[in-house]
Design a protein around this ligand. Structure first.
Ligand code: ATP
Ligand code: MG
Length: 283
């Protein structure tokens, strides 16, 4: 069954670092960025909603979205922020642990979110220098990560090797969810390769920045049938300015067939994706 595209808006995190609370988790209203934890109940809520939507899809017997790649059209759209915080959200699932893998061997950042150095990781397992289970690092009791590992000269070739499907096959049985942080789909071949190995791909779009034609191209290269949905990152809902102050009961807006809606007007293909892209009926 072809997955339906959905757009989840992630609010801009509160950047007031004075309000950081060291022990905060996603469930206490903060999200992780590469350089620290940022209190933002609204953004944390969006990740919980994203998790709930994935869980709900998996309730249907015909669906199996447990190994998820996260990519975007171009660089700096929030793939890693989305991968890390989605993995944190998924990790509360009582049915099993979550694993986050940094498959961006070109510009790896997952380790930074957890204050780790570039230690042995995926590239070392691919090179046969370590077993895949030896490079797993627990970051919470329910969330493990595999960092990108020792820098290598040819990341696309490493991802093309048969090791990745073999690793995912081995790891799949140990985890409820596996989130795979990827490089950008229009600049690198890895997401195309990975999209045929994972259960589904999430496409991150940075509001006000990503041009529609680039999103359209990314959908084409990955294949629309492989895209579970679109995550609209960095969007601020101007009509609900109080969201970041922890108001309860916000009903996320939903766009069914958002991709079709966004891509039908060719005249506007060079315009950046706007916040209105996520304006659909209330859930
Ligand atoms: N919603 C957001 N609010 C504020 N800053 C954000 C948001 N999303 C991402 N950023 C910042 O933007 C930068 C890029 O984010 P991130 O590293 O997640 O993007 P990426 O798509 O993984 O980039 P790359 O293509 O280099 O891998 C980071 O500095 C991150 O902290
Ligand atoms: Mg990244």
């Amino acid at each position: 069954m072809k997955p339906q595209a959905k757009v989840i808006k992630l609010s801009e995190p509160d950047t007031d670092r004075n309000r950081l609370k060291k022990e905060n988790t996603l469930y206490q209203g903060s999200i992780l960025l590469a350089d620290g934890e940022v209190e933002s109940p609204a953004a944390a809520e969006r990740f919980r909603i994203l998790r709930a939507k994935i869980e709900r899809l998996n309730l249907r017997r015909e669906n199996n979205y447990h190994v998820l790649a996260v990519t975007s059209a171009v660089a700096q759209e929030g793939k890693s922020v989305t991968s890390v915080n989605l993995a944190r959200a998924l990790s509360i699932d009582p049915a099993g642990k979550t694993l986050l893998i940094d498959c961006d061997l070109r510009r790896p950042t997952v380790h930074k979110f957890f204050g780790l150095e570039q230690e042995q990781g995926l590239s070392d397992a691919i090179a046969g220098e370590a077993g895949i289970f030896d490079v797993i690092k627990p970051v919470t009791p329910r969330l493990d990560i595999i960092t990108a590992g020792t820098p290598i000269s040819d990341p696309p070739q490493a991802i093309e090797r048969p090791d990745i499907p073999r690793f995912l096959h081995l790891l799949r049985s140990k985890y409820r969810y596996i989130v795979v942080d990827c490089p950008p789909a229009l600049l690198c071949s890895e997401p195309i390769r990975l999209s045929s190995i994972v259960d589904a791909t999430l496409l991150v779009v940075r509001a006000w920045r990503t041009e529609k034609r680039l999103v359209k191209d990314a959908v084409e290269v990955i294949g629309e049938s492989k895209i579970l949905g679109v995550v609209m990152n960095d969007a601020v809902d101007a009509s609900k300015p109080y969201l970041d102050y922890g108001y309860y009961g916000y009903r996320p807006r939903r766009v069914d067939g958002a991709l079709d809606f966004e891509f039908n007007n060719d005249n506007q293909d060079s315009a950046p994706i706007q916040q209105s892209a996520a304006n659909g009926g209330a859930d």
